[in-house]
Design a protein around this ligand. Structure first.
Ligand code: GDP
Length: 334
C-alpha cells in the first residue's frame, strides 16, 4: 500500500479494553486535541478507521474491547485485519486493575501471530501520569512478566515490547515514534542521510517528522533529549497553526482540497539562547526540523543546498522502495 508512487505507509492497529485510553490517544496524537478535553470523550462501540490516512505517513485503526471483538466469531475476518498490519499496539490502563487486560492481550496476540507472525507487538502501559516512579517501574515489571509467562506457557515465543505512556506529556508521541520506526525498512538509510546532513551543515540535531502526528520517523545518531523533541513538536504546531490561518485563500479553505503545508513550507525560529530551530518541508507528509547554534546559521546557503540534496536522497529511497514493492508479491506487511 503506497500512495502517490512514493511512500509505503506503515499500518498500525490499536487494541485495548474499553476506557483504556484508545480514543484519547488517537485524538491527541492525530487530531491535536488537548489532553484535558479527552475527559469528555464518549466511548464508541464501532471500529474506527481514522481518516488521517490521506494526510499522515501512518495508517491507523482502533479496535475496542470488550464485546466488539470475538475472535471465535466466524464473521471476524482475521486474515483481512491482521494480514497487512505492521504493528499491533495494545493499551493497558496502569491506573486500573489489569488482569482482564492481560487476558485480552494474550488472546489478541495469539490470534494475530497465527495470521501474521511478522507483526510487531507493542504494549502501552498507559496513564502513567498519575502514578509514582516506583509504581511505574513495578507495574511495568509485573505486566511484562505476566504477559510473557502467559505466552510461554502456551508454547509461543512472541516478542512483546513495552512502553510507559501518557497523553499528558510527550511520552505518547515518543512511544509512537519508536513503534513507527520499527516499521520503516529504510530506517538505517534515513538515519545515515540525516547524519551526513548534520555533519556537513553544522546542525546539532535533526528530526524527520510526520507532520500531522508529530511522530518522528527518523533522527540522526546523537542521543534524543526529550526537551529538544518537545521544542520541535511545538514548532510544528506553530507552523501548522499559522499556515492554517494565513496560508490559504478563503476559496481553498472552503473546498478543503488543499492544505497550507506544501512543498514551499519552511520556517525559522530564533530562541534567546543562541539556538535556531529550522523547519523545511520534505514532501506531502514529512518535514525536517533541525536545531543549530546561531553562529552556524551564517552559512544558511550551505544548509539549504545540503537540504536539497538530502531531500533528493529521501525521495530516491522511497521510490526505490515502491519499485521494489511493485515487482514483489503483494503480501508484504507494509
Ligand atoms: P477508550 O474507550 O479506550 O477509547 O478510552 P477513552 O479514550 O475514552 O479514555 C477513557 C478515559 O481515560 C478518558 O476520561 C480520558 O481522559 C482518560 N485518559 C486517557 N489517556 C489518559 C492518560 O494518559 N492519563 C490519564 N490520567 N487519563 C487518560
Amino acid at each position: 500500500t503506497y500512495q502517490n508512487g512514493t511512500i509505503s505507509k506503515p499500518k498500525i492497529l490499536l487494541f485495548g479494553l474499553r476506557r483504556s485510553g484508545k480514543s484519547s490517544i488517537q485524538k491527541v496524537v492525530f487530531h491535536k486535541m488537548s489532553p484535558n478535553e479527552t475527559l469528555f470523550l464518549e466511548s464508541t462501540n464501532k471500529i474506527i478507521k481514522d481518516d488521517i490516512n490521506n494526510s499522515s505517513f501512518v495508517q491507523f485503526q482502533i479496535w475496542d474491547f470488550p464485546g466488539q471483538i470475538d475472535f471465535f466469531d466466524p464473521t471476524f475476518d482475521s486474515d483481512m485485519i491482521f494480514g497487512d498490519c505492521g504493528a499491533l499496539v495494545f493499551v493497558i490502563d496502569a491506573q486500573d486493575d489489569y488482569i482482564e487486560a492481560l487476558t485480552k492481550l494474550n488472546q489478541t496476540v495469539t490470534k494475530a501471530y497465527k495470521v501474521n507472525p511478522r507483526i510487531k507487538f507493542e504494549v502501552f502501559i498507559h496513564k502513567v501520569d498519575g502514578v509514582s516512579d516506583d509504581f511505574k517501574m513495578e507495574s511495568q515489571r509485573d505486566i511484562h512478566q505476566r504477559a510473557t509467562d502467559d505466552l510461554q506457557d502456551a508454547g509461543l515465543d512472541i516478542h512483546l515490547s513495552f512502553h510507559l505512556t501518557s497523553i499528558y506529556d510527550h511520552s505518547i508521541f515518543e512511544a509512537f515514534s519508536k513503534v513507527v520506526q520499527k516499521l520503516i525498512p529504510q530506517l538505517p538509510t534515513l538515519e545515515n542521510l540525516l547524519n551526513i546532513l548534520i555533519t556537513n551543515s553544522g546542525i546539532e540535531k535533526a528530526f524527520l517528522f510526520d507532520v500531522v502526528s508529530k511522530i518522528y520517523i527518523a533522527t540522526d545518531c546523537a542521543p534524543v533529549d526529550m526537551q529538544t523533541y518537545e521544542l520541535c513538536c511545538d514548532m510544528i504546531d506553530v507552523v501548522i497553526d499559522l499556515s492554517d490561518i494565513y496560508g490559504l485563500t478563503s476559496e481553498a479553505k472552503a473546498t478543503q482540497e488543499q492544505t497550507a503545508f506544501d512543498g514551499q513550507s519552511s520556517s525559522l525560529i530564533k530562541l534567546n539562547n543562541n539556538t535556531i530551530l529550522y523547519l523545511k518541508e520534505v514532501n506531502k507528509f514529512l518535514a525536517l526540523v533541525c536545531i543549530l547554534r546561531e553562529e552556524n546559521f551564517i552559512r544558511q546557503g550551505v544548509i539549504d543546498y545540503n537540504f536539497l540534496i538530502f531531500r533528493e536522497g529521501i525521495s530516491q529511497v522511497f521510490e526505490l522502495r515502491s519499485k521494489k514493492m511493485e515487482s514483489e508479491d503483494d503480501d508484504y506487511p507494509l
